[in-house]
Design a protein around this ligand. Structure first.
Ligand code: G
Ligand code: MN
Length: 607
């Protein structure tokens, strides 16, 4: 170990971050320690989860890479010079090489050209107590592939679990308490015990909670790691003392615990244990005679019905953590209802069915007319995505979009959508039904910012022999700012083809006005929430008037969305709005009904 520290000090070529992580490594006394069977179980778990032949947990020092735990290769150490992990260890996100042969940094690497013939690599940092990276958990395959954002999250999560295991103090917490109170388990034991519990107990009577100690990171930064670990120890004691319902618990990250508890206390069948726990969490912890407020937040499910294996428990925790980001910091107890839990489980189910639905063309579109305010005739349609899952029923378009993002197939969905709608639009045009009407398609700013976007658009317009001016693209106001330059460049390129752009749900994003002039949009769609208020609130009309004159002054047209009453329609016409859309005129309808409307050139009525 002393050697290692010396090496760290004399290795001039390492940057400060790397030196720090080497120092952390030497402090953690892991290099020559016993191989941890727990980590072996986790790497085996990872190999199965990601379906890869090689999984390594490697530690790096100045010259070498030690394979602390491995599935696959039969070597224990290798040269740092050739190490993929040496790149991953300085990368805060998952370091991914989809195909090493196509990457100039690795194409000639002996591990790529020779055994084990690495093609795919993905590694996530394993961190020491003080958050210094000390090693990498990585997946390796001999064929090219890439991870979806969901899989990247899972890999990071597993690496975090290993961080917790290798962090000596945390290990001490778990081991000591595993002896003392039975319920505090290491993460791996937690997952295996969870699946056993799910098999044995009535799932309805069990709930799952995630406790986050919001002030812990700050405590570590101001008072030091040893102190923040003392706080965690006290938290464990408090969990044991205060909450009789907890069956098992584990630490799933630096500032987070996960637990499974019986829903009701045996003595008192009416008070939920989680509510008791929530109250208990707000009693300040006593650490060295000092009162510490850890600002605990508890997120919990009221039942584990529908889950039946440890994999699903892990998924649930991942989903809960994503879900918890939507809640404000001062919210202390967040209940994940049965409905929501069900949604999480369904999400998993339909996510799995989605690639097939795309292939089998089960996803289709309905169309909602957009009405010209002057003539009250149809000026165009908005295409709305529809999918009916065989058992779960209709799935909302935003869920389809986010699931595709999780699966990493969002580009496929974009092509599918454009292809479907262009084909239909071209058919109407060929049948002389379309006239000068336009068809609009919803796209996320993320899709529009993709370097592939304009290529796909051009190719599919050509395939269907459709001039671009029949197509309008509706962009959600939210998210445009993230990648403004690329988004705008793609918009300008598409506009050369005649494509028109509108900003959807205008008024719901908070920075709207400030960057509106930077976006080359032709149409604003005023969000339904403004229209809803028209009936009750006088100032709502004033606001809409302001938006309309602002838009007109910049040469844009206005669409009012979500019109449901004749009064709203009349007011909006008086306010000089250009187009109407909403249930008052027409709900979204399937193609056959659109054909009928176009054939008779329907005229709508205001009242
Ligand atoms: O965000 P965007 O404007 O793309 O949303 C369109 C959605 O709004 C569609 O799902 C459509 O069914 C729905 N919608 C359209 N008109 C109305 C309406 O008048 N009332 C309500 N509640 N929803 C509407
Ligand atoms: Mn829309």
């Amino acid at each position: 170990m002393g050697n290692l520290l010396e090496q760290v000090q004399c290795s001039q070529y390492l940057d400060t971050d790397e030196k720090n992580s080497l120092a952390a490594l030497s402090r953690s006394e892991l290099l020559d320690g016993d191989p941890a069977p727990l980590i072996d179980q986790l790497t085996a778990f990872a190999a199965e989860l990601f379906n890869v032949p090689i999984v390594l947990f490697s530690l790096l020092d100045a010259h070498r890479q030690w394979l602390k735990s491995r599935v696959g290769p039969d070597v224990e150490e290798s040269l740092r010079e050739y190490s993929f992990c040496a790149h991953a260890i300085v990368c805060d996100d998952v370091f991914e090489i989809p195909d090493a042969r196509c990457d100039t940094r690795f194409a000639n690497n002996p591990l790529v050209t020779g055994r084990p013939h690495i093609r795919f690599y993905a590694g996530a940092q394993v961190k020491a107590d003080d958050h210094q990276a000390l090693g990498v958990l990585c997946l390796i395959d001999t064929t090219p592939r890439s991870l979806t954002s969901l899989e990247k999250n899972r890999l990071t999560q597993l690496a975090d679990i290993i961080s917790t295991i290798v962090s000596p103090v945390a290990v001490r917490t778990v081991l000591r308490s595993e002896k003392e109170n039975q319920f505090m388990l290491s993460p791996f034991n937690f997952f295996t015990r969870a699946s056993r519990l799910l098999a044995e107990e009535c799932r309805k009577s069990l709930g799952l909670g995630v406790v986050k100690l919001r002030s812990l990171v700050q405590l570590r930064n101001t008072r030091g790691f040893t102190f923040s670990e003392r706080v965690c120890d006290e938290m464990v004691n408090a969990l044991r003392r205060l909450s009789p319902g907890i069956v098992i618990a584990t630490r799933i990250g630096f500032d987070r615990f996960c637990l499974i508890a019986k829903q009701y206390d045996r003595v008192d069948e009416t008070t939920l244990n989680m509510e008791k726990l929530e109250n208990a969490l707000h009693v300040p912890l006593q650490v060295d005679g000092e009162d510490i407020d850890v600002q605990a937040q508890l997120l919990w499910t009221t039942s584990l019905e529908g889950l039946d294996n440890s994999q699903q428990v892990m998924n649930l925790i991942a989903e809960l953590q994503t879900f918890s980001k939507q809640f404000s910091p001062n919210q202390r107890l967040v209940t994940c209802s049965n409905a929501l839990l069900n949604e999480i489980i369904c999400q998993e189910q339909f996510r799995n069915a989605l690639p097939h639905a795309l292939k089998a063309k089960h996803i289709y579109f309905e169309f909602q007319p957009k009405i010209d305010a002057k003539t009250l005739k149809i000026a165009g349609f908005e295409a709305l995505m529809r999918w009916r899952h065989p058992t779960l029923g209709p799935v909302a378009p935003n869920k389809i979009v986010s699931a595709c993002e999780d699966l990493g197939i969002e580009q496929q969905l974009v092509s599918y959508t454009l292809d479907w709608v262009f084909r239909q639009t071209a058919t109407w045009r060929r049948n002389n039904l379309l006239g000068s009407r336009t068809v609009s398609i919803n796209m996320s700013a993320k899709d529009l910012s993709s370097p592939l976007f304009t290529g796909t658009l051009k190719r599919l317009l050509a395939t269907h022999e459709l001039p671009g001016h029949y197509i309008e693209i509706e962009l959600l106001e939210d998210g445009i700012v993230d990648n403004l330059a690329r988004c705008v460049a793609n918009m300008l390129e598409s506009k050369k083809l005649g494509v028109v752009f509108s900003i959807d749900d205008f008024g719901t994003g908070f920075s709207s006005l400030s960057y509106l002039h930077q976006i080359p949009a032709d149409i604003l769609k005023i969000d339904k929430s403004f229209i809803d208020r028209l009936d009750q609130q006088k100032d709502s009309a004033a606001l809409i008037t302001a938006i309309i004159s602002l838009a007109h002054a910049s040469g844009m047209h206005l669409v009012a969305e979500g019109i449901e009453t004749p009064t709203q329609a009349q007011t909006l016409r008086a306010l000089n709005c250009d187009y109407f859309q909403g249930f008052h005129f027409q709900r979204p309808i399937p193609v056959a009904q659109v054909n009928a409307l176009l054939e008779k050139d329907a005229t709508y009525r205001l009242s």
